[in-house]
Design a protein around this ligand. Structure first.
Ligand code: SAH
Length: 279
């Protein structure tokens, strides 16, 4: 059975996520994407230039966008050597910015999947505007069961989209779609097993995005159970805090900045990159 035989949305939960993203028109996403046409729904990495806070709003927006694109570059750095003839999968692709960047960097075919029709249509429109729609294609599909051919991909990533699904189901599907030796990369927020369950701040983030943040340990259990061997684990927490500090002072703050800053600073939450090979 594949998504081609079944509806893409299988559960009431998935319907609510699709509905959320179908309606989402948040300036923190759209105004940043308008800077250069790369639309992200993820957070930033690296230091910001404090001078932007003394200038016009546009400068702050552009600086936040620069940090979000830098985050995607870090993710792509961990895919390893990808040839133009290879194929990549952007699982939970949002409005598609990371896929466009991957195609630009590697010159290869990239498929993005999201359960939101609005996002997929928007992303295909952007790929068309750039003239890369022959190589970058977005699909309304469920990443737990995409219907793509077995072994089709040299690399797969989830950029801040694993908290919407069961990791064991997700990595089983990724293991099926990756060719042997293929690389998987995720950047995600996860809660700290060492300090216990979800802190109040982590629960507030879950509530805000209707997601289920997983424990750090859950990633490694689910990867190992599906034949993935980690090659890099990078704690990006310290590198993402400046982005949140800038965002908290920006005109596009959404109110979730304080829980993120609290969770990161108290150590109950990490911003983690994991790269793993499929054996
Ligand atoms: N990776 C993108 C978007 C992150 S937002 C970026 O970095 O900009 C989370 C995304 O996960 C949304 O696009 C949402 O539609 C998608 N998503 C959530 N559950 C999904 C599922 N079961 N299958 C496919 N996409 C899903």
């Amino acid at each position: 059975m594949t998504s081609l035989d079944q509806p893409v949305l299988r559960t009431a939960y998935q319907k609510s996520i699709a509905d959320y993203w179908d309606k989402e028109k948040d300036p923190v996403n759209l105004r940043l994407g308008d800077v250069d046409g790369l639309y992200h729904h993820h957070y930033g990495l690296g230091a910001y230039d404090p001078a932007v806070l003394d200038g016009p709003d546009e400068g702050v927006i552009a600086e936040m966008h620069r940090l979000e694109s830098a985050q995607a570059e870090v993710l792509l750095d961990h895919l390893g050597p990808i040839a133009p003839g290879d194929r990549l999968l952007d699982a939970g692709c949002g409005r598609g910015g990371s896929s466009i960047m991957a195609n630009h960097r590697f010159g290869c075919q990239v498929d993005g999947v999201s359960i939101s029709r609005q996002q997929v249509d928007f992303a295909n429109g952007e790929a068309g505007k750039r003239g890369v729609d022959g190589q970058v294609k977005y699909h309304v599909r469920n990443m737990l069961d995409t219907g793509f051919e077995t072994g089709a991909f040299a690399g797969i990533w989830n950029n801040e989209s694993t908290m919407y699904v069961d990791l064991f189901e997700l990595f089983a599907e990724h293991a099926r779609q990756l060719r042997p030796g293929g690389r998987y990369v995720t950047i995600t927020g996860c809660y700290n097993d060492v300090t216990g369950g979800r802190s109040r701040a982590v629960s507030q983030i879950d509530q805000h995005y209707i997601c289920n943040i997983h424990a750090r340990g859950e990633y490694f259990k689910a990867l190992a159970a599906n034949g993935f061997v980690p090659i890099s684990v990078v704690d990006l927490t310290a590198d993402t805090i400046p982005y949140w500090e800038l965002r908290a002072q920006s005109s596009v703050a959404t109110g979730i900045e304080d829980p993120f800053l609290t969770a990161y600073r108290e150590g109950s939450f990490h911003y983690l990159l994991i790269a793993a090979d499929r054996i």
